[in-house]
Design a protein around this ligand. Structure first.
Ligand code: ZN
Ligand code: ZN
Length: 140
């Protein structure tokens, strides 16, 4: 929270109650959340203030938007959350965070091979989770 407060102060952005609350929620739940979920977990009744806070977070790079199964989900960006990627189930939308030093080294290697100075990267793996595989076995 302190990091968040400093970050806003440094950018001359006011700290409002909805902003603080949404940050707290994103920080507490270890999953990217939809706007619906954020509304459910928060005391904020106004949908528009959630929208506004989230778009500000994205603009300030406090949060990131992920498109999962056609739905937008929000999660904290670095440095508020440690660097990671996701494994996404295309059937149920389940998400598994991936934290693989080997993958990070490979990404760095690919960039430096092309004499690139890497500034960011996004990796997303899509597939069918174990539960959904089992469920489709039952049907057939
Ligand atoms: Zn699944
Ligand atoms: Zn990475």
């Amino acid at each position: 929270m302190e990091q968040f407060e400093t970050y806003l102060r440094e950018r001359g952005v006011r700290q409002t109650e909805p902003r603080r609350e949404i940050f707290k929620i994103l920080n507490e739940y270890d999953q990217p959340l939809t706007i619906k979920e954020i509304l459910r977990y928060s005391q904020i009744s106004e949908r528009t203030s959630v929208y506004r806070a989230l778009s500000l977070f994205v603009e300030l790079e406090i949060a990131e938007v992920l498109q999962i199964k056609g739905k937008q989900r929000y999660e904290l960006a670095e440095p508020f959350k440690s660097h990671h990627h996701h494994l996404v189930c295309i059937r149920c939308g389940a998400l598994v965070p991936i934290n693989q030093p080997k993958l990070e080294r490979l990404v760095q290697h690919i960039a430096s091979d092309q004499h690139y100075q890497l500034t960011s990267h996004h990796v997303e793996l899509q597939g069918i989770c174990n539960t959904c595989q089992k469920n489709s076995e039952k049907i057939s």
